[in-house]
Design a protein around this ligand. Sequence first.
Ligand SMILES: [Zn+2]
Length: 305
Amino acid sequence: MPRAIARGENTDRRKTGDGTLAILNYPGDGTGMKTGKALIDDVDACEVLPGQCALWWLGQQGFIAKLGKIVCYFDPYLALDPSRQVPPLLNPADITNAAMVLGSHDHGDHIDRSAWPGIAGASLRAKFVVPMLLRDKIVQEIGLPGERVLGIDEGIERSVDGVAVTAIPAAHELLDEDPATGLHPYLGFIVEGNGFRLYHAGDTCLYEGIQAKLRRPRLDLALLPINGRDARRLAANCIGNMTYQEAADLAGAVQPGMTIPTHFDMFAFNSADPQLFADYMQVKYPRLETCIPRHGERKIVHRKN
Ligand SMILES: [Zn+2]
């Protein structure tokens, strides 16, 4: 099992001469971590066979997923925020290969407004997928061309270069919906292409019915937040997610081919230990595969059936 990044190991954030944060190597990450152009080159060079997904973790809920030749960015959080524990692995201008950029909700660590114009400029064909409820606001306030921004919600399907995207409402911490339209400000995504089906949960807690929405067709991969929630964080306006136990039980109910815990690394005040998740999965759902992600390191996930 890959080793998790221990708390406190990755807090050195040196400034470089031009004011950008240095990209650091994390003790224990081995040689697999790539950043910047080397990471983009690794994504471009990676051959993804049918029934496979190649995955690179960008920290927090950010992932690159490559299905066949199609490269999708989920919640890429690239802002140079000094409270980050993990420096950005990429600059927006590095991202020349995006077919699709998905933003699960309008919080800075998910839809990073500072990054999207740069990504749009570097990946001229990329489409941006956001909650329908927020679409017009995002188009206006970020300044992206309207035809490049696709709104989505439960019951709406989008397709980009043969990769299909549908949405699962998310409860962050409550299952909010707009009273006028019934649209949801917080979403998760199901992305299907190359004979592979993955769920990126965005930020969510459990709610009645989420298991049934995710059970069929079977997920090959689920990316689930585990940072939990409590009074201290909620009082500080930091709304929360599933605990690691709840994330494990969601996996147990849904039986994905692979489950990867996320959203535990970025902020000291809002973190969790992914090893507790992995240990709990191993004891409670020993037949389910899980793996703790490592920043910037390629992981190929295979469809099981
Ligand atoms: Zn979040």
